[in-house]
Design a protein around this ligand. Structure first.
Ligand code: IMP
Ligand code: MG
Length: 174
């Protein structure tokens, strides 16, 4: 296990994203929608780094991987939102965009519920893995095609608590 992105780099970038969001949503009360479980750490830091007077938070839980590192192509809603997005300025917050299947599905799901606006914010973008196009408005880091953990991201539920982004290289199997 080695860090691809050190904790302090993650924090600095989260602050930059929060600054942009604060400018873009000045005077509004956006609804941040975090995708569980992976996005919970990112979302928690992101909202605290904003300078917005008011914002709302809600969560969706999806499952698209099971414990495998290969995408099954299936997106399952395990927990839906608890507030309505109708007429709200929604910011969908996800840990990572890989094939794009999860975000494309969630984007359409939210758009069908008539938000006032919808933007997507991801910490990590594995661009070379994209299978379907999805517009992402705020990106923390573009990363190479490697399986990463930490800062909310897991490998079979492990390593979510690491403060930076690390690469799983096979030496941590047991
Ligand atoms: P996509 O639908 O292929 O874009 O995959 C998005 C989801 O796959 C993310 O929300 C993550 O939960 C998971 N994922 C993709 N790549 C990684 C990774 O490198 N580490 C951990 N989870 C990943
Ligand atoms: Mg996820």
């Amino acid at each position: 296990m080695r860090y691809l992105i050190l904790p302090e780099k993650v924090q600095a970038r989260v602050q930059e994203l929060a600054d942009r969001i604060s400018e873009d949503y000045q005077g509004k009360t956006p609804l941040f929608v975090g995708v569980l479980k992976g996005a919970f750490v990112f979302l928690a830091d992101l909202i605290r780094a904003t300078r917005l007077e008011n914002l709302w938070v809600d969560f969706l839980a999806v499952s698209s991987y099971g414990d495998a590192t290969v995408h099954s192509g299936e997106v399952q809603i395990l927990k839906d939102l608890s507030v309505s997005v109708e007429g709200r300025h929604v910011i969908l917050v996800e840990d990572i965009v890989d094939t794009g299947l999860t975000l494309r599905y969630l984007r359409q799901l939210l758009l069908d519920r008539n938000p006032a606006s919808l933007r997507i914010c991801v910490l990590l973008d594995k661009k070379e893995r994209r299978e379907v196009e999805v517009p992402v408005d705020y990106v923390g880091f573009e990363i190479p095609d490697a399986f990463v953990v930490g800062y909310g991201l897991d490998w079979a539920e492990r390593y979510r608590h690491l403060p930076g982004i690390a690469v799983v290289d096979g030496s941590e199997a047991s």
